[in-house]
Every structure is written in structure tokens, then in C-alpha cells.
Design a protein around this ligand. Sequence first.
Ligand code: DAH
Length: 351
Amino acid sequence: MSAETRITELRTEGEAAVAAAQNTAALEEVRVQFLGRRAELPNLLRGVAELPPERRGAVGKAANEARRALEALIEARAGQLAISERNARLEQDRVDITLPADPLPAAGRLHLITQTRREIEDVFIGLGFNVAEGPEVETVHYNFDALNHDPLHPARAWTDTFYLTPDVLLRTHTSPMQIRAMERQPPPLYIIVPGRVYRRDSDVTHTPQFHQIEGLAVDEGITLADLKGTLLAFARAIFGSEREVRLRPHFFPFTEPSVEVDVSCFNCSGGLTASAERCGICKGTGWLEILGSGMVDPNVLLQVAGGGYDPEVVQGFAFGMGIERIAMLKHGVSDLRLFYDNDLRFLEQFP
Ligand code: DAH
């Protein structure tokens, strides 16, 4: 076979190999195979000098042309492959910025006390009440005097209550906000007052700080029936639509008459569970005490500075409940202190 024929063959083979190379690495192998130091074509070129002089021109020309042609072809193909490979990389790196962040960062959750407070607020907002808040540092006047407490009422004792000065204390209940709210606006008034309260108490069922929600409705013609209907709606919203409420006579300084309110147990009927055992939640009584309440004492209305609340014109009812107590009853929490231990095993049970 003549050298020219072999050169033509190599050129054709090289062209086919370049066309077949599907990526930069494969093309590099083709370059080495056909133009590398030990490849046949460059070898032929180097051998030209040893040919008879009349053959050198033709063979050298053919080999040079073939080499340049293959070089040019490889360069062009390398350019194409580089572009398509970059495009493929870009396509792979494509980021859909409209997708939500993934994974979502772990979010916290609301404490059971906050959840319960909001749930109770929602019920009363639905009944037409507004949410008001008052100061936790309170005066003896608003905390006791204006709420008709006897000068010797035991809650006034420094052993029961945190005093800052003889006239200033940490409020022992949310009730002082009754007076403040009435002094702020004329009747009709429908408010609930969530907030922290403080007492010098600490055991399984008492913590020195806890939460209450106060309620106050003052308007013309308010009766005990309004109180009972409101609390029945509340009890059913929180504990289930089958519930009943009952009022038991009691005493509070700022309401007359005063009642304690029970809701029928949601765990049993009449104190016996489905398997005829004594119910552990209501201790077999069939009733759960949920709050204190009553008709606003006329003496309290008379304490409202400005005299805008004439007991001959308006009447009211009030109630006060412990948020922890409602949460404990509803969720079967056995120890009040769990609310304040910040133990995730407890907190995570209430998503
Ligand atoms: N303030 C009372 C307490 O802390 C709860 C209470 C009872 C509030 C009767 C009221 C009420 O508004 O009418 O024990």
C-alpha cells in the first residue's frame, strides 16, 4: 500500500473517530490515538526524510494536510463538546427558586398554656367579648379595696401575697382589671382579661406564678341567666357539646350572689366510666370545678371612679378561671409543675 493511500485511510478513520467522540475525554483519546507522539500519522511525517527525494514532496504534503485537517476537526469538535457539556452542567444545576425551602427549619410550637389561653379567648371573642390586659404590678386599692375585700381578708396577708411596698403588690388575680376597665369606658362592657397572677404558694397544685382569665359583662338588664348561658356556651366549646354546667353557692368579696361553676365530666357519665369504674378525672362525682363567678356586687360598681356605673341602672356578671386548671382538666395533665419544667417530652405532646 502506498504511503498516500495509508495517509488517506488514517485521515478517514480519524474523521470518523472524531465524529464518534461524545465527550471531551473521548475526543482527547482520539487526539492521542491519531496525532499523539506515538501515533502513525506523525510517525509517517517524521519518516519523510528517509524517503527517496522524489517521493518526499508528495508524501510530506499529504501527511501534513491530513494532520492539519484532523487538528482542525478536533479543535472544532472540542469547541462544540465544551458548549454542550457546559449546557448540560447548567441544566443539572438548575434551581427552581419557586420551590419552598427544603427541609423547612424546625419550628417551635406554642406552649400548652398559650394554646389554651388562645382557645378560651376565641370562644369569648365569638360571644362578643373584647380582650383587655392589665398590669401585673398592682395597687392594694385595685387588687383588694375596690373589689370589696374585707380589711381582714386573709389574701391580704404578706404570707399569702408578694408585696413590693405596703400599697403595691404583684396582683393575686386578674380581677383588679374589672375596675380599671370600667374606669376606662362607660357601659356596656364585655371583656375578658388573660394574664399572669402571683401568690405565695408552691406545691403539686400551686405555683407562685400562674395564669387566669377574668370575665366581666356589665349592661342593662344582665341576670344570672346570662351568666349561666355564657358559661354553658364556654364549657361546651372547650369540653364538648354534650356538657352541662351547674352553679353551686359560694362566696367571693366582689360578687353577690357568688357561685362556683362545675362542668359535667367529659370522661364518664355520673362518675362511672364505660367499664363501670369510678372515674379518675372527676373522682367519681361526675362534675369538674372550672371557675368562680357571680353577679357583680353593687359595692364594686360604686367603687368605679367617675361614677359611670350606677348599680340602679346597670348590672353585671363576672367570672375568673385558671388557665392551667382548664388545660390540666382538658388534657389530663396530672402535675401543675409540668407546665413550667420546660421538658420537651411534655411540651411536644401538644403540637
Ligand atoms: N378572683 C378569683 C380568684 O382569683 C376568681 C374569681 C371568682 C373571679 C369570681 C371573678 C369572680 O370575677 O366573679 O380566685
